[in-house]
Design a protein around this ligand. Structure first.
Ligand code: ADP
Ligand code: MG
Length: 693
């Protein structure tokens, strides 16, 4: 339950005076939230200094001036092109207000002759007098002090002016309660941090330009608070998980040895190390949750298999979840063959497997007859019951969040879990998204892998490229021809892919196949099968082959409209032709009109095969959420923190979260109670719900 003290901040926005239905919708859309606290996270990005004031005769024109004036007379325009003019004065001189767009009546009402008003706006010298076009403010003299300040400028949307925004925020700021301090006093002092309440007030009332910079102390304080909440939540999720008693699988390695005896390669050192990490997780009495990161082709599958054998050796079952049916099938081919040679029973379960066969699998899982189950997320539907599931592998699945991970860990009998991903993840993202997990990296490719010869060329060469494939085809090579398929242009993209398929078919006949996301699963499978066994040598594909597909004879890849892909995505794609020991060729075809940035990006692909470096460049160009595909999956970005500026704060928050929970694992001390409030404040309480206090 959210602490009561926070209730005023979690009221709906329309409880604020002035926010009606219309503004409610507009603002909610703008700030991505419907509560008062969401408005408070909406910080100004700039400011307008209205502090300059003096008698009219002393005005230095060109600046924004604020002052109290008396209306002398209205001068309606003689010609259409002229503005409506209103002459005003003080004891020292005159200023003329010009209105180019106006309603005469409302001007008369707003500025009746003889009244006093405070006005603020940019002044200029024109026609031998001081003028102001469309004052930013026209208000009662008693508002002079409010207006004659520094005005924060908010990111705004059509329909809500900055003035209104400011007014709404002002009403929201007074609702901030005095909260017990959760920051460590020494740290606060060293960073020059104000209290939380002061920090928010300050962030919304900047005085100088530095105050709206992400490095201003008030902003840093809020960013730190947010990052601390995030890191605490992850650490709690992790502690909760770890503390959950697990099982201790002490495998001696007899099954692993059997597999080693039949493997046609030696593990790389990196594979060995990561395998050892997992074996340690299995033998520890806690439930393991580990992220395994390794570039495409580094050999994650065999590590997963060896790890699964550890659990199986101890009499438990293991399951491996792949993101697509094709990948599940492919894993089953590899792993099923290995299982057979090791004397272990593996099975495949996808939504396509129905009827009697499905029931047989359910039976085998219940009886314990099946040791290893491969499948899609269908694996974890309610009607699947394991006899004793002790180990779970999630493959290529970086798109799932903390809550899903928690859910998964509740399946089976306190299973250890590994999540494998080929996406190189920068440290900041590891901390903020996967901070609840242990982390291992396979940072080495098997020996003998040849670099891919990547070339960037214009699509105008496409006919030459098509013809040049002849030689490769005669040599038995398999070729991927990738066409983009993006949701927004699905129809035209698909048409382009089909057209390419037909054009290639004219030259190479039945050697050409097509596979795309709109096809039925069994049609896709059939095409992939033909491509694997060589009946088909050119596979025209939309990005369905993006992750994991393994055809070691494939050494050539052509990507059309390569500029439309993300760099990491291209890297994953290119990984498909690096499976064997043959050097691959990758042609990136781009449209005729290529921007400089686009060219630069494609050149990164040409010059590097280091997934990590490519990901960093991609991050520079597109932001973290894009890399992990989290934008689509709705995982939120930070509200205040910006890792471009607050990396160091993240590392600090990470360490602080550890220290805090080590000393006060249940957040029971006085500071612990304050930190609970912080978690609710930033809505990082999801892991907390399960946290028995
Ligand atoms: P990924 O990490 O991208 O999932 P895979 O597990 O599919 O990679 O492995 C890619 C290919 O490399 C497979 O054909 C696999 O058999 C092979 N492989 C894995 N480990 C080694 C190794 N140590 N030496 C040689 N080949 C290996
Ligand atoms: Mg893989």
């Amino acid at each position: 339950m959210r602490p009561e003290i926070l209730n005023p901040l979690f009221c709906m926005l329309d409880t604020i005076k002035g926010i009606g239905q219309k503004h409610f919708k507009l603002i909610a859309n703008l700030i991505g939230g419907t509560k008062i606290v969401d408005l408070l996270w909406h910080l100004p990005y700039n400011l307008t200094d209205r502090t300059y004031t003096c008698p009219i005769s002393k005005i230095k024109t060109g600046r924004i001036w604020t002052g109290v004036v008396r209306v002398v007379e209205h001068l309606p325009p003689q010609k259409k092109s002229q503005p409506y003019r209103i002459v005003c004065e003080d004891e020292t001189g005159e200023i003329v207000l010009n209105f180019f767009k106006y309603y005469k009546d409302s001007l008369k009402k707003q500025l009746p002759v003889g009244c006093e008003k405070v006005i603020s706006g940019k002044t200029e010298w024109f026609n031998a007098c001081i003028q102001m076009n469309h004052p930013d403010y026209i208000s009662e003299p008693e508002n002079f002090d409010y207006i004659k300040g520094v005005e924060p400028i908010y990111p705004f949307c059509a329909g809500v002016t900055n003035k209104m925004m400011r007014w709404y925020v002002k009403q929201s700021l007074v609702k901030i309660p005095d909260l017990a301090e959760w920051c460590e006093p020494g740290f606060m002092k060293s960073q020059n941090f104000p209290s939380f309440k002061k920090a928010l007030e300050k962030a919304h009332n900047p005085l100088v330009a530095q105050d709206v910079s992400p490095t201003a102390p008030a902003r840093k304080r809020l960013a730190y608070d947010e990052l601390l909440a995030n890191q605490l939540m992850l650490a709690i999720a992790r502690g909760f998980h770890k503390k959950k008693e697990g099982r201790s699988f002490q495998s001696s390695g007899v099954l692993r040895k059997k597999l080693f005896d039949v493997l046609e390669f030696e593990l790389t050192d990196a594979q060995k190390n990561v395998l050892q990490d997992i074996i340690n997780d299995q033998s520890s009495p806690y439930q393991g949750l580990r992220l395994i990161q390794g570039d495409v082709g580094c050999g994650k599958t065999v590590v997963a298999m060896l790890a699964m054998l550890g659990a199986v050796e101890c009499g438990a079952q293991a399951a491996m979840m792949a993101p697509t049916e094709i990948l599940a099938k492919q894993h089953f081919e590899t792993i099923g063959a290995w299982a057979e040679k090791t004397g272990v029973k593996a099975a495949l379960l996808t939504s396509k497997i129905k009827g009697k066969k499905r029931l047989e699998i359910f039976e085998g899982l219940k009886s314990g007859n099946i040791d290893i189950l491969i499948g899609t997320h269908a694996l974890f539907t309610d009607d699947v019951h394991f006899k004793d599931l002790g180990f779970i592998v999630v493959d290529e699945q970086h798109r799932f969040g903390v809550e899903q991970r928690l859910k998964l860990s509740q399946k089976g009998n306190k299973p250890d879990i590994i999540v494998m991903t080929a996406t190189p993840i920068p440290r900041t993202l590891v901390l903020t998204r996967f901070g609840d997990m242990d982390y291992s990296k396979i940072d080495e490719l098997p020996r003998g892998r040849k670099p891919v010869d990547t070339r960037v060329m214009s699509v105008s060469k496409v006919l030459d490229v098509m013809k040049a494939l002849n030689e490769k085809i005669n040599a038995g090579t398999r070729i991927y021809w990738v066409c983009p398929l993006i949701k927004e242009n699905e129809k035209s993209d698909l048409a382009a892919a089909v057209a390419r398929f037909e054009a290639l078919q004219k030259i190479y006949g039945s050697k050409v196949g097509l596979v795309h996301g709109k096809m039925k699963e069994n049609e896709k499978d059939a095409v992939m099968e033909h491509f694997k066994n060589g009946d088909i040598q050119i596979l025209v594909a939309t990005t369905v082959i993006e992750v994991g597909v393994n055809v070691s004879e494939a050494t050539v890849m052509i990507v059309e409209q390569a500029e439309r892909f993300g760099l990491s995505q291209l890297h994953q794609l290119r990984g498909r032709i690096k499976r064997g020991n043959q050097a691959g060729v990758c042609l990136l075809l781009h449209g005729d009109k290529l921007s400089n940035t686009a060219r630069e990006r494609l050149n990164v692909m040409k010059s590097s095969e280091d997934g990590f470096l490519i990901a960093e460049k991609d991050l520079d160009l597109r932001g973290g959420g894009e890399i992990l595909g989290t934008r689509q999956s709705g995982m939120e970005e930070f509200k205040v923190a910006n890792l471009e500026f607050h990396k160091e704060l993240l590392y600090t928050a990470h360490k602080d979260a550890q220290i805090i929970l080590n000393a006060d694992p249940l957040l029971k001390t006085e500071r612990g109670q304050a930190l609970r409030v912080l978690l609710y404040l930033f809505e990082q309480d999801s892991a907390f719900v399960n946290y028995k206090a």
